[in-house]
Design a protein around this ligand. Sequence first.
Ligand code: UDP
Length: 317
Amino acid sequence: MKKVLVTGGGGFLGSHLCQRLINDGHTVFCLDNFITGSEANIEHLADDGRFHLLKQDVIDKIYMEVDEIYNLACPASPPHYQADPVRTIKTSFLGALNMLELAKQVKGKIFHASTSEVYGDPDVHPQPESYWGHVNPIGIRACYDEGKRGAETLCFDFHRQYGVKIKVGRIFNTYGPNMDPHDGRVVSNFIVQALSGQALTVYGNGGQTRSFCYCDDLIEAFVRMMNSPDDITGPFNLGNPEEFTILELAERIRGILGSNCSIVFKPLPQDDPRQRRPDISLASEHLGWRPQVRLEEGLKMTIEYFDRLLSKQGGNI
Ligand code: UDP
């Protein structure tokens, strides 16, 4: 059994990962500053003797004896990461630097959560890992995109220069329970809007595409990647290759809920990628991994989560 540090462990994906690692019998150190993460996501783990919470910022240096590090700490939804862009790029770059230095010191392995945003608004579709991307370096998404690109550079330089064992996963749009209802993501926005009888806010004409992966599928990929042989560094695309337009997503959610709530069209945010779908051949070949949960099924589980949250909070999210 291993000692594992999860940065961003109070966030949407971090909390699922902590749960999975505890279930697998590991000792988990969950580091989070709770700026976008939530203590509610992990409070049920607090009584487990193998779960340790560190309320700390990943930007601050830390030393601890661990075998493995999953570096997930960074605000990831556009409204959140654009709220304090300087902090976002620092979190991404300095957080990765601190965690790579820790991995080097303890001779541990590090999984770094990168993102499909490294491809920017892609002009190659679907996106393979060999594509270098199309990112506006001075746009409003750059604090995240370039922060994550710089963090990938650091990972590979620590690997080449110091032999640090790295695993870089590029995460595509993911959804599921524990998403923050206020983080502005399309899946959570549409579900919360539909459940509370509001109009669904489609940005632009809704023809832009995304590919949505259910959280459990993604966590399985993280763990498989961490457990893969040392020569497997990635980067690997991790996501569901089924692609939908944003309007199709709105229709799916209305269909599942049997809701006839209206759709309002709002301006498309600046630099919003027009299309996104991962080519997951590398992850499939090297990790034997493919997402198992279809959109319909995943959306139902996510709707149940938000429905419970809404009832708990007396109809207000
Ligand atoms: N979007 C939308 N309505 C919303 C929130 C998002 O139409 O209420 C669109 C957004 O413009 C983008 C897509 O949905 O084209 C996915 O947005 P999200 O913020 O979930 O993630 P992104 O992939 O842009 O990081």
